[in-house]
Ligand binder design. Structure first.
Ligand SMILES: [Zn+2]
Length: 406
């Protein structure tokens, strides 16, 4: 399995200019291919990427000598990137896929270096990893590379003014050998409480309201500074506008980091404690059209929780079960199995007319999802629940027990 580890780097000026040059070469090559592609499309000539690569390599030394100043991967990988873009374009897996020229002004830039040209080493007396890339001095990584294994490749990226390396490592299933108790859990995702577990615990989304208020305030402040307001407006951006924008970008990054940190931690804890996990197959695309829901940050996390669980389960040797989309987890009674035909979204307590069960709505759904797994697993002990809560507290995850009848 290939895992990637994104690590922040602090390149010096010389390294920075080399990295920027590599971004430029990667961008240039990509745009060169796209231009050729558009020409071929206009004249209905068949298009072969392989032939184009040969053509590019034949002329690059004379026509584009700057390409040779950086690693060969910067230009060669652009062909692979274009191939992927082309595949997405024809498959239409995502909607509105267009082939776009890459812009220098895009705050997100990247280039790739293959594993054969990379060396990772340590210096004596310094507890840091160093990464040696072609034609550049070694970069000090701000963290140690987390996984052991063969490095397949590295992508250097810049997000606004911050540089990272994403190290792709081919690892063995190193965690799957750890034996875990045979516990199962159902997870219900919701808006009011982000995660409800069938073991009677609820996890709330981190409280981001102060950060979001600050972002809104800064955004309003930004709009008052001098800057072009329409496409044809020739007003230059003032220095104050640029300064304010940098502050805002930092806040957005923080928001992103808090969200990602939560998603990673909560899924790690779940996978560490349970061998069988069941979640709903939410139709996120469908729900996005709901205006109220679409603005909700917690909701946007649902997909992330699922993708994180998917790869973490295979890494840590747990099984992930995904309930059928038609499985009405919130309408079925978790005690007797009788389903209601209608249940208002505002009803917080589920009351069964058949057996008289009165239970928290989300907990009922979570228990149903646990039962969906169908396999007989051990009952969870209070001691294990305590260790689960302790793990959450350690990671600053907001967890609490559902009180009866609340
Ligand atoms: Zn019932």
């Amino acid at each position: 399995m290939i895992l990637s580890h994104k690590i922040r780097i602090y390149p010096n000026n010389k390294q920075k200019s080399h990295i920027e040059k590599s971004f430029g070469v990667s961008r240039f090559t990509y745009n060169w291919i796209l231009e050729k592609f558009n020409q071929y499309q206009a004249t209905n000539t068949p298009f072969y990427l392989y032939e184009l690569k040969k053509e590019f390599n034949a002329i690059k030394k004379v026509s584009f000598p700057f390409v040779c100043e950086v690693s060969k991967y910067a230009s060669q990988e652009a062909f692979i990137d274009f191939k992927d873009a082309l595949r997405a374009y024809y498959n239409k897996t995502k909607r509105h896929v267009t082939l776009k020229y890459k812009s220098k002004k895009d705050p997100h830039q990247n280039y790739y270096v293959g594993g054969d040209l990379i060396r990772v080493f340590q210096k004596e007396g310094i507890d840091k990893d160093y990464l040696k890339l072609p034609k550049m001095n070694a970069l000090k990584l701000s963290e140690k590379i987390r996984f052991n294994g063969h490095i397949v490749g590295v992508r250097i990226i810049r997000e606004h003014n911050i540089y990272y390396v994403v190290v792709n490592i081919n690892t063995e299933h190193h965690m799957s050998s750890i034996s875990k108790p045979n516990f199962s859990v159902g997870i219900d995702l919701g808006i009011k409480h982000h995660i409800t577990l069938s073991n009677g615990l609820q996890i709330d989304y981190p409280n981001l309201s102060s950060l979001i208020n600050r972002i809104n305030f800064m955004q309003r402040k930004l709009s008052r500074k001098n800057h072009p307001r329409t496409k044809d407006d020739k007003t230059p951006c003032s220095n104050n506008y640029i300064k304010q924008k940098a502050k805002l970008i930092n806040l957005y990054r923080r928001l992103d980091n808090v969200k990602r940190d939560y998603e990673k931690k909560v899924t790690s804890i779940l996978v560490n404690h349970y061998s069988d996990i069941c979640i709903e197959d939410l139709s996120v695309e469908h729900m996005k059209h709901n205006r109220f829901v679409a603005k909700n940050l917690q909701f946007m996390s649902f997909n992330k929780i699922r993708t994180n669980l998917e790869y973490k389960c295979s890494e840590y040797g747990s099984n992930l079960h995904i309930a059928n989309r038609l499985f009405a987890s919130s309408k079925i009674c978790s005690n007797c199995g009788v389903a209601k035909t209608k249940l208002k979204p505002s009803t917080r307590i589920y009351k069964c007319h058949n057996c008289g069960l009165s239970i928290d709505r989300d907990l009922n759904a979570a228990i149903n999802l646990k039962n969906y797994i169908g396999r007989v697993t051990s009952d969870i002990m209070p001691l294990d629940l305590d260790s689960f809560i302790a793990d959450c507290k350690k990671s600053n995850v907001n967890v609490f027990r559902i009180e009866e009848g609340r």
